[in-house]
Write a protein that binds this ligand. Structure first.
Ligand code: TYD
Ligand code: MG
Length: 483
């Protein structure tokens, strides 16, 4: 019988070394060699040319039925997957420890099992009792959901033969291991080898597989993102540990677009879909507060209304503090600089704190204008009117640029009862029931929103800006109306 051989392959250039070294002799990359087991190829079984060959077909005759996705019944998950899990596909579910991956997976499998799909849940981290306890707490013990607590790859493949599942879940890929490799479970070599075998098993059996992968704080998944190109779909499960909100995104999806966003709330009874996130984000908003602006942002295809808050306080340290929670600190710096240079509102003696309420992250430039108005409002102590939303990108020249899909954003705002919007002059759309105020520059927008006077002509009342005074929100804003 032919023997297997251990080799070390460079992750950067692919060179093969007979033994491990700290540096690749071919490309001189440090710490790039990863253990691999080289197996003899057995013709007809492992050899891709020896097995049953595929038959070429006219494209219209390719059978699509075998590819119909199975819905999990978890609406937000099915939305992100655009239907559900496709037979024979491999999905990687990544997220930080404790974010709720096991809970999501168990709920999805319970839904699939309840719909008559035979599912096998391999728990390589927790005991079978722990998982059963969680399933009981979630109120679901369907007969088609099979459970095994195991970690060795040969055992897992044997379980597949015994149970013959249509859906397999491995929780997690970092804790299963291949005994022929000497590297520890969770190492790049182990993760890649186990994933390879599972991908092969899924394709051979037409079984949908979900692999759970822990992600570190900086977003890395078991070393150099070794799995992303192996699998069909990469899902990322995110959220703030201190908030109940969880966001599910497709980073890669071979069966559809990656634009859908799924939103869940972690409750005492597991994850619950959030069909109306904007209402959730705005539920605790207090009217009439200076420094609070509502912005309709887009996450993928999904419009979300978020509250952007700013607090400006006199600084007592030489380098004033700048904090941006849920916002990009680079964009905050840019908006502050444009406000100083183009509007005449300086913040160099103030500490500036900004947050997006509700634990969401807003990275798109479409929130620039809302951030700028929140800052000026906080600086002047004047609130904006309560039924106002703001969207637009701020350019370095102080000009406002339109953002894509303004109409959808405004429609979502109108649905939640907002009646007035400040948008860039070039923005094409208006929305029914919405008074649309257009501004070409940031200075104009600041005036339109009723925050400063004279900003456009560069003759703002400096005392008024320097000394905050609380005034009631103006109810009627005299501004340019949309034609
Ligand atoms: P878990 O799914 O184990 O996270 P992961 O697999 O990503 O590490 O769950 C994480 C947290 O969720 C856990 O600390 C407890 C909490 N949780 C709830 O709040 N409600 C629930 O119904 C369940 C099952 C978990
Ligand atoms: Mg877990």
């Amino acid at each position: 019988m032919a023997r297997t051989r251990t080799i070390y392959r460079c992750g950067e250039c692919g060179a093969v070394e007979p033994r491990w070294a700290g540096r690749c002799t071919a490309c001189e990359a440090w710490n790039s060699l990863v253990e691999e087991v080289e197996r003899p190829v057995v013709a007809g079984r492992d050899d891709p040319f020896g097995g049953g060959a595929a038959t070429p077909l006219p494209i219209a005759e390719v059978d699509m039925e075998a590819w119909a996705p199975s819905a999990s019944g978890l609406g937000e998950l099915d939305r992100v997957l655009q239907g559900g899990l496709v037979p024979g596909s491999v999905t990687l579910l990544g997220g930080e420890p404790g974010i709720g991956k096991s809970t999501l997976l168990l709920q999805a499998l319970a839904g699939l099992a309840a719909a008559g799909r035979r599912c096998l849940y391999v728990t390589a981290e927790e005991s079978a009792q722990q998982v059963r306890l969680r399933a009981e707490r979630l109120g679901t013990l369907p007969p088609d959901l099979w459970l095994v607590s195991d970690t060795a790859m040969p055992h897992l493949l044997a379980h597949l033969d015994a149970v013959r599942p249509e859906v397999l879940a491995i929780d997690s890929i970092q804790t299963v291991y291949e005994p022929t490799l000497s590297s520890a479970p969770g190492s790049v070599a182990q993760v890649r080898d186990c994933a390879h075998r599972l991908v092969r098993a899924s394709k051979d059996r037409g079984m949908a597989t979900v692999l759970v992968g822990h992600v570190t704080k900086d977003g890395g998944l078991a070393g150099p993102r070794v799995l992303e190109h192996l699998v069909d779909t990469v899902l990322s499960f995110e959220g703030e540990r201190h908030h109940a909100l969880r966001l599910l995104r497709a980073v890669k999806h071979r069966f559809g677009s990656t634009d859908e966003l799924g939103l869940f709330e972690m409750t005492g009874a597991g994850l619950e879909g959030v069909p109306d996130p904007s209402a959730l984000f705005l539920a605790d908003r207090r009217p009439g507060i200076a420094g609070s602006v509502v912005a309709p942002v887009l996450d993928g295809h999904r419009p979300l209304l978020v509250e952007i808050q700013a607090l400006v306080a006199k600084s007592h340290i030489p380098t004033p503090r700048r904090s941006a929670q849920g916002l990009d600190s680079g964009r905050l710096a840019l908006v502050l600089a444009v406000l100083e240079k183009r509007v005449g509102a300086a913040f160099h003696e103030s500490d500036v704190h900004t947050v997006v309420a509700g634990g969401v992250k807003v990275t798109e430039p479409g929130a620039d204008l809302a951030l700028a108005l929140a800052l000026v409002s906080a600086r002047s102590g004047r609130p904006l009117r309560d039924d106002l939303v703001v969207c637009g990108e701020v350019g370095l020249g102080g000009e406002l640029r339109q953002v894509h899909q303004t109409a959808r954003r405004l429609a979502e705002a109108a649905r939640l009862g907002f009646r007035c919007a400040v948008v860039p002059a070039s923005a094409p759309a208006s929305a029914p029931g919405m008074e649309v105020l257009r501004a070409a520059t940031l200075a104009e927008a600041v005036e339109l929103a009723g925050l400063l006077h004279g900003a456009v002509d560069g003759v703002i009342d400096v005392d008024e800006v320097r000394e905050p005074r609380v005034r009631p929100a103006p109810h009627a804003i005299s501004g340019r109306r949309a034609s």
